[in-house]
Design a protein around this ligand. Structure first.
Ligand code: GTP
Ligand code: MG
Length: 238
């Protein structure tokens, strides 16, 4: 009969350990002046396609790198490598989210001082990543026009812990009969003040306003370190 109590204790310990590791990471990132952005979504919502476009567009004026997590394969790392910036794959095996310690290990040997932006693509999943702090400055939750307008209502925790929502695959909105009003209403019902961007990695629609926002956020959080944007739960297993 003592099992549930014990499970809760272990869960709390795991999260506490992760929080400590994330705090240390965040301090390292801040000291190095690197602005860290993580991406969370359901499988196939378009994280890698969006990130590839972001990396290609940012690399002309910033020093950028990315980590990408998946249970298996280095497919996404190989796709992102087309952006010709440093990329590392984190293969998690059966673990359905990234943890702060994995990030610390993955950046070993990288000169963080030499980076302006570090992106982290989490394992495709709207549940497990919600409660694991990775030391990031900005957490994006991505939601594609093809997966249903009710996702914010079904997965409120990730919408609570993310900073920004990004609606992806806008080029498919008409074909998917995407109800923009409903999705904005659903996001607002969970997070009334959440900022929302809408993009297409395929056509490039919406990328410029998103990148202007991203650069201004980095500039605000790292004053004097970067270019002025005007000038420019328990570990869950499958
Ligand atoms: N039409 C269209 N297709 C897209 C867009 N973005 C991604 N896709 C397609 O959607 C599929 C999944 O995209 P990925 O970028 O692999 O999605 P992901 O979220 O990284 O997937 P996981 O890492 O497996 O969770 C691929 O076939 C992409 O080509 C887009 O903006 N428009
Ligand atoms: Mg991916």
């Amino acid at each position: 009969m003592s099992t549930p109590t014990r499970l809760v204790e272990v869960r709390q310990q795991v999260l506490k350990q992760n929080d400590l590791a994330a705090r240390a990471l965040r301090q390292r990132f801040h000291a190095a002046g690197v602005f860290v952005v993580s991406l969370v979504s359901s499988p196939g919502a378009g994280k890698t396609a969006f990130l590839e476009e972001v990396l290609k567009r940012l690399r002309a004026r910033h020093r950028v790198a990315a980590l990408v997590g998946d249970l298996a394969t280095d497919n996404d790392a190989r796709r992102l490598a087309r952006a010709q910036v440093p990329i590392r794959q984190i293969t998690t095996g059966t673990v359905c989210h990234l943890e702060a310690e994995m990030i610390g290990n993955a950046v070993a040997g990288w000169g963080l001082d030499d980076l302006d932006f570090l992106f982290i693509e989490n394992v495709g999943n709207l549940v497990c990543p919600s409660t694991y702090d990775l030391g990031e400055d900005l957490r994006l939750v991505l939601l594609s026009v093809t997966e249903g307008e009710d996702k914010p209502l079904k997965y409120p925790t990730i919408f609570h812990t993310a900073d920004i929502a990004v609606i992806t695959k806008s080029d498919l909105a008409a074909a998917a009969e995407f109800d923009r009003t409903a999705v904005h209403r659903n996001i607002r019902s969970v997070r009334p003040d959440m900022q929302v961007f809408e993009v297409s990695a395929k056509t490039g629609e919406g990328m410029d306003p998103w990148l202007r926002f991203l650069e201004s956020r980095r500039f605000e959080s790292r004053p004097g370190r970067g270019a002025d944007p005007e000038g420019a739960v328990m570990p869950c297993h499958y």
